[in-house]
Design a protein around this ligand. Structure first.
Ligand SMILES: [Zn+2]
Length: 78
């Protein structure tokens, strides 16, 4: 099954890390390139299942560039 972002439902996700024990993957950390959400696939469904997450937390179809920035961008190095 293809992994999608739990928040914006984009297929543009990348595996960032895997937790291993005895050669077995126990969990993975994923990152969404479209909305910057990062999650571990062992988190509860309320955090990582788009069908269970609260509607107010979802960003499918949202123009992310139009959202207000809560944290100002860092200055560029000079
Ligand atoms: Zn996303």
């Amino acid at each position: 099954m293809k992994t999608i972002c739990p928040r914006c439902e984009s297929p543009g996700v990348t595996q960032m890390h895997a937790g291993m024990e005895n050669g077995q993957i126990l969990w993975r950390v994923w990152h969404c390139k479209d909305c910057a959400y990062t999650w571990r696939d062992s988190e509860p469904a309320e955090s990582i299942d788009p069908k269970v997450r609260p509607a107010w937390a979802q960003m499918k179809g949202v123009d992310i560039d139009s959202l207000r920035q809560v944290i100002p961008p860092a200055r560029k190095p000079t």
